[in-house]
Ligand binder design. Structure first.
Ligand code: GDP
Length: 484
């Protein structure tokens, strides 16, 4: 039964437990439930045209099923008594060449939430049922309109926080990642076929492939997989923002600065040193970059209580992982060993030193030139007045654009892994391929090598959806919103 893994999954999508639901016609709002110029309602299913046709018809009374396919047509939305509710556009996408593979109808109504609710109510009364989160894209996947990596790209595209993140997601939606995975999949399949034959027909004269050549191929495939896995660090930045640590001893104004940057009160600000015990993480745009800022507990004497020590460790950890470290010093007071400790944490990292409280007189002991000797980017700011924040914005842009920061230099064409599930699967596949090469080199039998190769395929299959358990599919689609 060994051949099942790659025989069964090549080009085959498994549809699990969806048979009855897949026959339903679903409807949902595809735009946010807020007031807007327009609101789009989408229907998908065998009865989509019939059900939508009960609600909308052409202005001169022509039925929806006579509308030309894939063209926006003006119509009137009426309630069952014939009263006009809206003048709207409708477009019919006959299956299977639609987003979901079913017949799909979109109604572009005016964007009043009350109106849209009423239109949906009529559609549900007409036989549609409310769509589950992600159900449209789930159908697209189950109908083979896209693979799982592409389906996940849809949600990445919807939730992209920057143009670069959108570009990468669009590339993945276009199949860039899937193609890269498919190529590797196919090379492994070829090798599998060879070892499968050796296992199934040991007595036959199967022309031997030179072992060193196979090991070389496996090493090449493994290196490619590891190269792909290594893109996750950059992909994560693309998706989540440049990790940025805000460190400094207590009371220098870190929480106040975070608040000033965010423009609202998120961190607890207090005159008592050491209040920010935990780490807050906020995302914001600065200097043209998307930053994920962690405000860590202030640096205090480690003889403090446990919670505080954990906070300090967290600050150290955040600084170590950060693509940009913001060290906050109180420029109105003389510096001490704790300030030196904060600066030490930032050494070797892309760093900006913030001399906060610039609204107060600058303390004569704070030697800016001496700080600049180690950290060229020093910015005088005031969290209280907002002074210097514009300069900080420009400085962040300069530092990250210059390539010192972890977010710099990302070229997103769709082959950056942005999803932990994908990164783990690619790493798992790389390990299995390495084990196959090791097994072959150590003279193990064909079935041992084959087992490792099957494991590699199974890992890769999880990415595109070739070999999936229902719960993985459920996990993926539970991330979607209704209407997508
Ligand atoms: P943290 O412990 O580093 O997070 O410091 P906080 O943000 O809690 O601030 C400590 C104290 O310094 C509070 O009383 C703040 O109001 C004050 N503070 C923070 N930033 C400034 C500033 O720019 N100017 C002045 N004058 N006071 C500030």
């Amino acid at each position: 039964m060994r051949g099942m893994v790659y025989r069964g999954v090549r080009g085959t999508l498994r549809c699990m437990g969806d048979a009855e639901n897949m026959n339903d016609t679903i409807a949902a709002l595809a735009t946010p439930p807020l007031m807007g110029a327009i609101g789009v309602i989408r229907l998908s299913g065998g009865d989509a045209i019939e059900i939508a046709g009960k609600v909308i018809s052409g202005k001169s009374g022509d039925a929806l099923d006579s509308f030309p396919a894939r063209q926006l047509c003006l119509g009137l939305v009426r309630d069952p008594s014939g009263d006009v509710l809206d003048e709207a556009l409708a477009v019919v996408f006959p299956g299977p060449d639609s987003y979901t593979g079913d017949d799909v109808v979109e109604l572009h109504c005016h964007g009043s939430p009350a109106l849209l609710r009423e239109v949906l109510r009529l559609l549900y009364a007409g036989g549609a049922r409310p769509a589950q989160p992600g159900e449209f894209t789930r159908r697209a996947f189950l109908h083979g309109r896209m693979d799982l990596a592409q389906a996940e790209a849809v949600i990445d595209l919807i939730s992209a926080e920057t143009a670069l993140a959108a570009r990468n997601a669009a590339g993945q939606l276009g199949g860039a990642l899937s193609r890269a995975i498919e190529e590797i999949w196919s090379s492994i399949c070829d090798l599998c076929a060879h070892f499968q034959a050796l296992v199934d027909y040991p007595e036959d004269d199967i022309p031997p492939l030179p072992t060193p050549d196979i090991i070389e191929s496996l090493r090449r495939i493994g290196a490619r997989l590891l190269g792909l896995a290594s893109t996750y660090d950059r992909g994560k930045i693309l998706r989540e923002g440049v990790p940025c640590a805000l460190i400094g001893k207590p009371n220098t104004g870190k929480s106040s600065l975070l608040n000033a940057l965010l423009g609202y009160e998120r961190a607890i600000v207090t005159a008592q040193p050491g209040t920010t015990r935990d780490t807050l993480v906020e995302s914001l745009h600065m200097g043209g970059h998307w930053l994920r800022i962690a405000d860590t507990a202030g640096l205090r004497n480690p003889s403090g209580d446990v919670a505080e020590r954990m906070g300090i460790d967290r600050a150290r950890e955040a600084a170590r992982k950060a693509g940009l470290v913001l060290v906050v010093l109180d420029g109105s007071r003389s510096l001490d060993g704790k300030d030196g400790e904060a600066l030490d944490m930032a050494r070797g990292r892309a760093t900006i030193v913030l001399l906060n409280k610039s609204d107060l007189p600058h303390h004569a002991d704070v030697d800016i030139a001496a700080i600049e000797a180690s950290f060229p980017e020093v910015c005088r700011v005031s969290a209280l007045t907002g002074q210097g924040l514009d300069a900080l914005d420009r400085m962040i842009g300069r530092v990250l654009d210059a390539g010192a920061g972890a977010g710099a230099g990302i070229h997103a064409g769709g082959t950056l892994l942005t999803n932990l599930r994908h990164a783990e699967a690619v790493t798992g596949a790389a390990e299995a391929v390495a084990s196959a090469a090791d097994a072959l080199g150590a003279g193990f039998t064909a079935d041992v090598v084959l087992t490792e190769l099957e494991s590699a395929l199974s890992n890769l299959g999880e990415i595109t959806g070739r070999d999936l358990s229902a719960d993985i599919i459920d996990r993926v689609f539970s991330r979607f919103c209704v209407g997508k």
